[in-house]
Structure formats: C-alpha cells, structure tokens
Ligand binder design. Structure first.
Ligand code: 2P0
Length: 365
C-alpha cells in the first residue's frame, strides 16, 4: 500500500424490503438466526410513500457511501448526518466478516494499490442516508445493513455472491438478509449452529411481476416504542401463540406463497394480509402486549377488507411491520390510482394543513 494521501469510495443504494411472510423470533440472538423462514419483496421500483397527496415521494431507499483512506484513524459512521457509534456487536460482526473476505484493489489512475493484508489496518468512514422515517416500522435496518454490506463488499473487492453476503447482512439485522436481492426473496431458516445455512435465495427476479404497485401510507413517522429486537425476544419468551405459528402455520404458508408468486394475486393478497394479522396477534399475545398498529392502521385494514369483499376478489393487500404504517400492494396501476383516491377520500387533510408534514394519523374522519 502506498502512503500517498488518497480516499477510495463506493456507494450503494438499496430499496427497503417488505415482508409478505413475516420474520418474528430468533433462535440465536448473536448470529441472528430466525425461528421460521420468511419471504420478502424488494421492490424493483421505489415504492410510493405518501403522507398525503400531493406529497408523493418516488424514492424510498437507503444510500450508503463507504470510504477508506490511510488518513482515517478509526472506523466512523454517520446516519442521516449524525455520527453514531460503530461499537455495537452487529456493526463489528459485519465489518469483521467483510474485511476477512477483502481482496487486492488497484486504481492505476489514482495510484492506489491496496493488498489483501492491508485491509485489517485501514479504517473506513460510512455515511448512510434514509429518505424515509428511521426505526418507524419501515424496515430501515433491512435496507441499512444490506446497503452497508453491499457497499463495503464493493469497496473491498469481495467476490462472494449475494447469497453469501446475505449471511453477513443477516448479522446486522435479520430482515437485511432478504435485502441483497431484488424481487421476491426467501430467507431460509437453516439448521446449523454457525448460521452458515441461514441465508436468502431469490424466488423471482425484478421483472417477474412488475405491474404490482406498492404504496406506503405513513401513519406515523415517530420511532416505535418497542424495537423489533426487543419485541421479538419478548414474544419468544412469553407468547404461547408464537410456537404454533412457527410450527404449524409458517412452513405451510411459505410453500403456498412460493406457489402464489407465480402471479396469482388473490392468493398473494390473502396470504400477505393473513400473515400480517397473525404477526400482530403474536404481538398482542406477548407479555406485556405490544401494540404496533393504531386506530388509523385498523381503519385502513377495514377499508381494504371492505373493498376487496365488494369486488369479490382481492384488489389490494395490506401488511404492517413493527409500526403503524401501512404497506399496500395494488394488483396493477389502475387499482393503485383508485387506492390513492380512496386514501385521500378517507383521510382528507384539514384545510390549513402544511402538506409537507401531514401524516394520515392526523386526519379527523
Ligand atoms: C419482517 N420485521 O419480516 C418483520 C416483520 C418486523 C415485522 O424483520 O433484531 O429489524 O435486527 O433482526 O430485522 C424487523 O426485524 O430485527 C422485521 P433484528 P429486524 O420484516
């Protein structure tokens, strides 16, 4: 490695991952090993995020730039412009795993040559930015860790494929395991104690079903009171229902969902809604109970259920993660337009509202 003053950078961008069969519960807290398989969808487009029209954002993702330089004296990270600690075990595990797989890097134009052995001595700076609410049940950690691992792998010339990288992202956050691929992705539970067989596989690629439209209705951008990590630990310790879900429900649902994503929208919708509702039932069955959804979330569910019933077949699926915000999957663009109109009808903004800060939960109905 030459000692000239240089900085080498890599940037990655990752859309968030939306679970249609939820991950909830770990069998190993350190390696982040799940008690059930899970299926997520990483949109091949950026989902629409609405607080309420006319505020429509068409990007919904994490962007991470990683930089390395002999001028850096320690690993540092900034999230949304604010410095945060990298001392936690999750970051340390990801950094260690990626460094151990790093390879030679040469940039002749800049006169940079880094040998494999140099990576242990070099420090990285990481700047990550979410253009959506962080820790509000919108899978920010999924996009965050997947993006970080991918950017570091690019910077350090790691040759492993996405499946292998998913085992590293998983050690940052379970849901990040599913975020290395686009399209529909399954996180395989695995049996091994070292977690080497707990990785993700792509079930269908980005182009397979590109007429689906995802609309995220932001009900609240506040940070959740119970983190997913704490919530799922308490569910595993106290819920009687979670065992039934893990043994009797999810394995079957995974098979059904794999069949349904051959473009059978009614089945995808039924399974997605049922799984979201069961995940929240497990949260209620936890001691003390966890309430991620609020009244506005419940109203959205009612409206979608009524609409689907009146059509005789599902037009829209809903799913809620560890927060009150609704992820709505419309079967095509026409239905998505109708859905937006209906949301605005049911949640009209008061006349004096600053639309830039308005969220559905503030509406009086
Ligand atoms: C999911 N969630 O499948 C489920 C549905 C929330 C509800 O994955 O402790 O942030 O970092 O592994 O990944 C959120 O859990 O938790 C999550 P950790 P993570 O998307």
């Amino acid at each position: 490695m030459n000692q000239k003053k240089w900085v080498l950078m890599a940037t990655a961008q990752t859309p968030t991952n939306i679970a249609v069969i939820k991950y909830w519960g770990k069998r190993d807290e350190t390696l982040i090993l799940t008690i059930t398989a899970a299926i997520g969808m990483r949109p091949w487009f950026y989902p629409l995020m609405i607080s309420v029209s006319p505020l429509i954002q068409t990007t919904f993702c994490t962007t991470t730039t990683v930089a390395v330089s002999p001028l850096f004296h320690q690993d540092r990270m900034w999230l949304n412009g604010k410095e945060m600690s990298l001392s936690g075990i999750r970051y340390q595990n990801c950094l260690r795993e990626i460094r151990s797989r790093a390879n030679d890097v040469e940039d002749e134009k800049k006169g940079i040559k880094i040998e494999k052995k140099d990576w242990e001595k070099l420090h990285v700076h990481i700047a990550s930015y979410n253009n959506f609410p962080t820790a509000a049940g919108l899978a920010s950690s999924a996009a965050g860790f997947a993006c970080l691992v991918f950017a570091l792998a690019k910077l350090m010339n790691v040759k492993d494929d996405e499946g292998k990288l998913s085992t590293i992202a998983r050690q940052g956050s379970g849901s990040a395991c599913r975020s290395l691929f686009g399209g529909f992705v399954k996180w395989i539970t695995g049996n091994k104690e070292d977690g080497s067989d707990s990785f993700s596989v792509q079930l269908a690629d980005e182009k397979h079903w590109d007429d689906l439209v995802i609309i995220i209705a932001v009900v609240s951008s506040r940070q959740k009171e119970t983190s997913s990590t704490t919530g799922m630990r308490e569910s595993v310790e106290t819920s009687m229902f979670i065992e039934h879900r893990a043994k009797d429900v999810v394995p079957q649902r995974i098979i059904q969902m794999e069949e349904a994503i051959t473009r059978d929208f009614p089945s995808v919708a039924r399974l997605t809604c049922a799984d979201s509702n069961q995940f929240h039932a497990v949260c209620l069955d936890t001691c003390p109970p966890i309430f991620y959804m609020n009244d506005t979330s419940h109203r959205i569910i009612s409206y979608v259920e009524k609409w689907n019933r009146s059509e005789g077949t599902p037009q829209v699926a809903y799913t809620f993660d560890a927060g009150p915000n609704a992820v709505l999957i419309a079967r095509n663009r026409n239905i998505a337009t109708q859905l937006l109109q209906r949301l605005l009808f049911y949640f009209p903004p008061p006349l004096d509202t600053d639309l830039n800060s308005y969220v559905l939960g503030d509406a009086s109905i």
